[in-house]
Design a protein around this ligand. Sequence first.
Ligand code: URA
Length: 295
Amino acid sequence: MDPRLNERDAIADILAFHVEAGVDVALGDAPVDRFEESARERSMLRPRPQVAESRPAPSAPAPARPAHITSRAPTPAAPALPGDAPPPPDIAAIEAREAAASAPTLEALSELLQGFDGCPLKHTATRLVFADGNPRARLMLVGEAPGRDEDIEGKPFVGRSGKLLDRMLAAIGIDRTRAYIANVVPWRPPGNRTPTPQETAICLPFIRRQIELADPDILVCLGGPSAQTLLGITDGITKARGRWQEYNTGTRTIPALATFHPAYLLRSPLGKRMVWRDLMAIEAKLAEFGANPRP
Ligand code: URA
């Protein structure tokens, strides 16, 4: 038998293994030793006197592309370059706080995020997934992080779980003209893995500012990670869901509710019964404010 056939089968097997493991993005042709990279970064790390000084001037010449980064499909997000190595997470979180606080509008916040290099996820995602729906809606829903479809389209909740979310909202007469939708983390984690605590901490000031600027009357956290991050719940989502809590937007306190993530419902349809109750509670609460978007 032609040995190339065996080789082709072996390569197909390896590729299938990677896809099943969630590796669906090719970032380069050559392997990269991340341990060596971070050891080098640590050894080069100097105290940074001022956070703002750590960024290269906008006009600074772009560093040369390293050999290990080869071109991928054209994407709006810039690939990581050595000079762009994200700052350590604690510095990135400080930069994120300062940047987020400086955004006067949602548009400005979205632009700031486009230019923010502090979160490593930006460099593996295709694009920023900022928000969808109506920023003047009284209801804001926040998920965990974009998945593959969202990464491609640049909008939150457009894949299978998004379709289910749309059906859930339709059950209480809400569509995307009456809801504003975002995620705690606005870049897709590779292979849809859960964002790390550091990635979440870096993105947190941005979603907090996004909520403050959108100024909804009701906040709904979709899934445990969103509820833990925004509402500080320590119970599991099964226990915490369906209970009204308070969320401080920075300018006022609004009612907030955690419910199951639609992706969980796709795996565990029995949960829909409980989500139905949560939807009824959301509908009743919205009636207190008037379900129409603010003028
Ligand atoms: N899951 C999320 O948490 N957010 C999305 O946008 C899509 C899936």
